[in-house]
Write a protein that binds this ligand. Structure first.
Ligand SMILES: Cc1cc2nc3c(=O)[nH]c(=O)nc-3n(C[C@H](O)[C@H](O)[C@H](O)COP(=O)(O)O)c2cc1C
Length: 290
């Protein structure tokens, strides 16, 4: 974390504090049984997400909301991004088991390479993070970051992490699912479907398709639909970026996403925003592909 947080990081921090207060008061009012999402859980990657709406990485870095997030309509919280693994981060994330009980949200942890590490040696950082966080997470997302390499290079990193994850074997009672975050620049071009398919072939259990940088929501949905159609149910498709309201949330699900994530909308609109989306998604019938 930088010494002087940017205005956008400060807004996220304030929004997280407000969401935590909203979740805590919902717990008091409802005796801990207030859920803003009333639809079916989403079964994906061997996990049961209490709902399809998640909080994107960078919002709740330490996953502090994971226990109470369902009161805000959230089925998942993606902590991180963590670069490698540090003692402080482990103290928070490693302290609990991944699952806090059946009422908790799914806790993802986003992992990346340290900024100073060149991509030619990125595997080491991702493996450090895998070993540091696999016990404290329900799934891990590999984040290529802002200085992302070519997709081919990132797929090689993913293969290494998959191999190491599989070798963890007996140390966990199940294989931790791995999600690859794919920048819009990779999926929006003519090779988009081939690139997405290659990440699944490399072992990704899920793809987090970022629409950040899309010219308009329609373009984002078009790319999402193309990839979801090609992959069918081979991988869990998560859509993030530009989901600014209930309508867009529903449209992403209709375009083939199994799960969606929000960041800036939740930073601006707080619990009112997340609950409005959850309500909309509750009304949608799951298991039905348009
Ligand atoms: C303040 C801030 C911090 C972020 N930090 C991360 C991060 O650490 N890791 C990551 O993968 N994405 C990060 N993101 C990107 C978001 O997870 C998300 O992909 C992006 O904001 C698009 O979603 P939105 O349009 O709903 O905001 C960050 C975004 C913001 C605004």
């Amino acid at each position: 974390m930088s010494a002087t947080p940017s205005p956008r990081a400060l807004r996220t921090r304030r929004a997280l504090a407000a969401l935590r207060r909203a979740a805590a008061s919902a717990g008091k009012d409802g005796g801990g049984k207030v859920y803003a999402y009333a639809g079916a859980p989403v079964h994906a990657m061997g996990l049961a997400f209490p709902g399809p709406l998640g909080l994107a990485a960078g919002f709740d870095r330490f996953g502090l909301l994971a226990r109470t997030a369902p009161r805000l309509g959230l089925g998942a919280v993606e902590a991180g991004t963590f670069f490698g693994g540090s003692a402080g981060e482990l103290a928070v994330l490693g302290s609990g088991t991944a699952r806090h009980g059946s009422n908790a949200a799914i806790r993802g942890v986003s992992i990346g390479k340290r900024p100073a590490t060149p991509w030619s040696r990125a595997e080491d950082d991702f493996l450090d993070a895998l070993f540091a966080f696999h016990r404290g997470a329900d799934y891990l997302t590999l984040n290529p970051g802002r200085d992302h390499p070519r997709p081919e290079r990132f797929a090689i990193v993913l293969r290494e992490v998959v191999r190491a994850r599989d070798a963890l074997g007996g140390r966990r009672d199940r294989r931790i699912p791995l999600v690859a975050k794919l920048p819009f620049a990779w999926t929006a071009g003519p090779e988009g479907v081939a690139i997405a398919t290659a990440f699944v072939a490399a072992g990704a259990d899920g793809l987090l398709l970022s629409a950040e940088g899309a010219a308009c929501p329609r373009h984002a949905r078009e790319i999402l639909r193309r990839i979801a159609t090609a992959l069918g149910r081979e991988a869990c498709i998560v859509s993030v970026g530009g989901i600014d309201g209930a309508r867009e949330a529903r449209a992403r699900m209709d375009a083939g996403a199994h799960l969606i994530q929000v960041h800036r909308g939740a930073a601006a609109g707080g619990a009112r925003f997340t609950r409005a989306l959850a309500l909309e998604l509750s009304l949608r019938r799951f298991g039905e592909r348009p």
